[in-house]
Design a protein around this ligand. Structure first.
Ligand SMILES: Nc1nc2c(ncn2[C@@H]2O[C@H](COP(=O)(O)OP(=O)(O)OP(=O)(O)O)[C@@H](O)[C@H]2O)c(=O)[nH]1
Ligand SMILES: [Mg+2]
Ligand SMILES: [Zn+2]
Ligand SMILES: [Zn+2]
Length: 506
């Protein structure tokens, strides 16, 4: 189970026990052989003391040799066998206990969907590399194994002897040790945290082209979720580390002024292209605590096809939010441009949605190893942002939905189904049929939403977001049923199978 050598001492039944056994058996045989040699020497010695003594000594010693080789061998074989049996029985008992404890630990991790999603390199690992609190040695596989079932003894690092006993399972405090990402060495939360390092990550990347409003969406969601949803469900939030707490300070500031920060792809290749805003969500029904990672990626990653790190989170994320800027669609821009504020025109992302989507699909394919015609199970929320501008609310927003529901209440019953229908129709009518089709062909579970992250043109006062919580609530429902059970401000039907991008009625 432990392939990587660890800075710890192997337990008796995994190394020393067998060495001891070998030495004992070898010793017995050597002693036997030495006794025979001594008989031979006695015969040689007697040869110098006359013929009669030689003959007597010869008879006596040959007899001894015979007795030693027959009885001695028998006794040695017998004792060796008993020795082996005792060792094997004890070892088997130890192995069985080990296997049980190891399995319990694995099942706990697996059942609770615990793993490490590094917020820097995005690598997924089962458990982090734990650091010995005494000497700082790195234990990359602190699980029940040959170094110890419940605890292991640290053997130190750099020639220093340590001797610290480290817990090796979830039930005796392993997660309380300081830890780091085994892939990149990024320090994870430390032992100071009341939460520990074995949590259930919920990873949601927010993707889209430049200036579509990804950062605005994350700002609006984080603030509303933490300030409104969390207290109303009696949950609690704890920031992942100081860096994430600082991000939240910026979020609060931006929320108040109605601005967003341009997300830059750092030119320093050691810096991540996707920044996660990460926080723990704790609550009575949330055991282990959840670690929510919302990934904000610079839109240029999709236009220039450049990124500093492979976005491995696509492989294990539980949902994706794909944000669209409706004004980057040429038809819509021409039709509405004169209704837009100058700030809104300046904030239009110019990248072509189809090519962004293609780049994104290709990246997914690279990370997940997806074949062209395989459908993905991850829920994807396609969110048309900025509907406050140019009166788009009347096409796909609350106004439009309610109007349609009023017009034909029999046919248009569910708010989000109607919005989904209106958004698809809106995109298809504006030359985005291929895009809508592409989404349906790649994602089994897709839903279209309309929102306004800021709620108005930028820098015109505090955020007044509309429609940003529903897409996240919908994703959380799939990502974590326990959260979904409590966070139920809306109901969503299952989106039926789509033909040419439109859901079909049965
Ligand atoms: N009217 C209006 N404008 C918005 C809204 N959300 C974003 N914008 C505009 O879009 C611009 C870009 O928003 P960001 O959130 O920075 O976009 P982004 O997707 O993070 O962009 P990059 O980080 O550069 O990839 C903002 O400066 C605003 O002008 C909205 O809800 N309504
Ligand atoms: Mg951004
Ligand atoms: Zn890492
Ligand atoms: Zn140590």
């Amino acid at each position: 189970m432990n392939r990587q050598p660890q800075p710890a001492q192997k337990k008796y039944f995994f190394e020393k026990g067998y060495k001891d056994l070998k030495n004992t058996i070898k010793g017995a045989w050597i002693r036997n052989f030495e006794s025979i040699l001594r008989c031979r020497d006695r015969i040689s010695a007697a040869a110098e003391k006359g013929a009669i003594r030689t003959i007597l000594s010869f008879i006596q010693n040959v007899f001894s040799m015979f007795v030693i080789s027959v009885c001695g061998t028998l006794i040695t074989v017998l004792i060796s066998t008993i020795n082996i049996i005792i060792l094997l029985v004890c070892a088997c008992a130890v192995y069985i206990v080990l296997l049980l404890v190891w399995a319990i630990d694995r099942i706990y991790l697996w059942k609770n969907k615990i793993f490490v999603a590094c917020d820097q390199c995005k690598e997924r690992s089962l458990i982090p590399a734990y650091i010995c609190p005494n000497c700082g040695a790195k234990h990359t596989k602190l699980v029940p194994g040959s170094y110890g079932i419940f605890k292991r003894t640290c053997s130190g690092t750099g020639g220093q002897v340590c001797g610290e006993k480290l817990p090796a399972t979830f039930f005796n405090g392993r997660q309380k040790l300081a830890a780091e990402c085994p892939a990149c060495g990024n320090p994870l939360t430390t032992s100071n945290s009341s939460i520990g390092n074995e949590t259930r990550p919920i990873c949601i990347p927010v993707v889209g082209g430049r200036s579509v409003g990804k950062t605005a969406f994350i700002t609006a969601f984080s603030k509303e979720f933490i300030e409104t949803v969390v207290p109303s469900k009696s949950w609690e939030v704890e920031f992942y580390n100081r860096e994430k707490a600082a991000i939240y300070k910026e979020i609060e500031q931006d929320y108040q002024t109605g601005s967003t920060r341009m997300t830059a792809r750092s030119n320093d290749l050691n810096q991540a292209s996707a920044i996660s805003f990460s926080f723990f969500l704790k609550g009575r029904n949330l055991k282990p605590p959840r670690l929510i990672h919302i990934y904000d990626i610079a839109g240029e990653v999709f236009t220039d096809n450049s990124e500093n790190e492979v976005q491995k989170q696509y492989e294990y994320c539980q949902g994706i939010v794909l944000i669209l800027d409706p004004f980057s669609i040429p038809e819509i821009r021409y039709r509405y441009e004169e209704l837009l504020e100058p700030e809104d025109i300046a904030g239009i992302g110019n990248a072509n949605i189809n090519s962004i989507a293609d780049t994104f699909f290709n990246k997914l394919r690279e990370v997940i190893g997806l074949s062209d015609n395989k459908l993905l199970n991850i829920p994807i929320a396609v969110v048309i942002n900025k509907i406050d501008a140019a009166g788009l609310n009347q096409d796909i927003g609350e106004l439009a939905v309610n109007k349609l529901k009023k017009k034909d209440p029999e046919k248009y019953k569910d708010f989000y189904d109607v919005q989904d229908y209106l958004c698809r129709k809106f995109l298809i009518e504006n030359g985005m049929g291929n895009f809508v089709n592409g989404i349906c062909n790649k994602f089994k579970n897709n839903r279209f939403f309309a929102c306004s992250a800021i709620g108005h043109t930028r820098d015109k006062g505090s955020y007044m977001p509309k429609g940003i919580m529903a897409p996240m609530e919908w994703i959380f429902r799939y990502a974590d049923p326990k959260i979904g059970k409590v966070w139920r401000n809306n109901e969503f039907t299952k989106v039926p199978f789509a033909v040419n991008g439109m859901p079909q009625e049965d």
